[in-house]
Design a protein around this ligand. Sequence first.
Ligand SMILES: C[S@@+](CC[C@H](N)C(=O)[O-])C[C@H]1O[C@@H](n2cnc3c(N)ncnc32)[C@H](O)[C@@H]1O
Length: 329
Amino acid sequence: MKSSVPENFESWVASLPKSKGWLQLSPERPYAHAEDGYDAQYGVNAAEPEEGQGLCSLLQIHGVDTQGPALEIGCGTGRLTYGLAQNYPGPDFLITDPSGTFLRLTQRLFEGGGDPSTRLHYAVLNADDLSQLPPDMFSLIAMRSTLHHILKVEEFIAACARTLRPGGSLAMGAEPVESGYILMAAVAQSIAPTLQAAGVDLRPEWKKQLKDFADTVKFYCRRDIDKATAEDKHLFSPTELGDLGAQYGLRLKFLPNATFSDYAPPLLPEFETFSVFFLNYLQYCMLFDAPLLKLIRRHMKSQMKFLDDCYRSHVGPTITGVFLFKKTA
Ligand SMILES: C[S@@+](CC[C@H](N)C(=O)[O-])C[C@H]1O[C@@H](n2cnc3c(N)ncnc32)[C@H](O)[C@@H]1O
């Protein structure tokens, strides 16, 4: 009897429907914010290899079997994709996002060459549809800043475990960690009283920026509301994700405050201190304006110095990190 499970990546890809030149695993869905302005907002250049290069070193350090194809979920503008395509040792790399605009932006990175070491394929894919992927197919599922956008985290982890080959890895970078985000929001609670005590008249737009930040973190913390229509959804606890992975045969190595690019030359950690991360977050993610940031830098020095001093000789507080799961054989 003919099996309904394709035997290999090539025959599976050949069996998939195509639209606009992309494989179609899910219906297209645009990102909630302007895709074209994404890199500009975050002050990054996607066409730099460090993220993907660092991830490949990390896979080597942790003895991940990279002989099979790689899958990236939520490629966005290609910040992880670019270096992964140049360094992944396996034969095939399936690059995906629910947004056609993001797929096109990532595809453009390779139009001038981009020097891929592996065959590139592109698909529209929503992570909620991952359970339709064949079992034991991929050696790597890679994501950067994407897990917190996925509605059903447990179903997602279970589907990853199913489609990974034994010895393969689910590697997720730049995910928000609950303890650090709550700490940032708690520090932000004292901004208004500190500025007022220093004689600063708080402008209405500053009050709004502060309230938006507090409301955002509160929203991320909640698990009792429907987040289906929100773009960013969750914060994570490494212990909880570790337990969840273990239920599905995935062993977690959590690297606190690490980024993939820390493992690429010149091997310098990107995370410096609490205060640097906090101020960058307010500027690039919460869009605090320049005059408010200047006041925070001047008047919140003692609160930030306290936190930076507490963690001077070890990593912390944990705000982000790399989650590297390995599927046990
Ligand atoms: C914050 S962006 C990160 C983009 C890119 N990985 C990076 O590091 O710059 C989140 C990405 O996740 C994608 N995304 C959102 N919801 C998703 C879902 N349910 N399944 C797959 N990808 C999703 C978005 O389209 C977007 O590309």
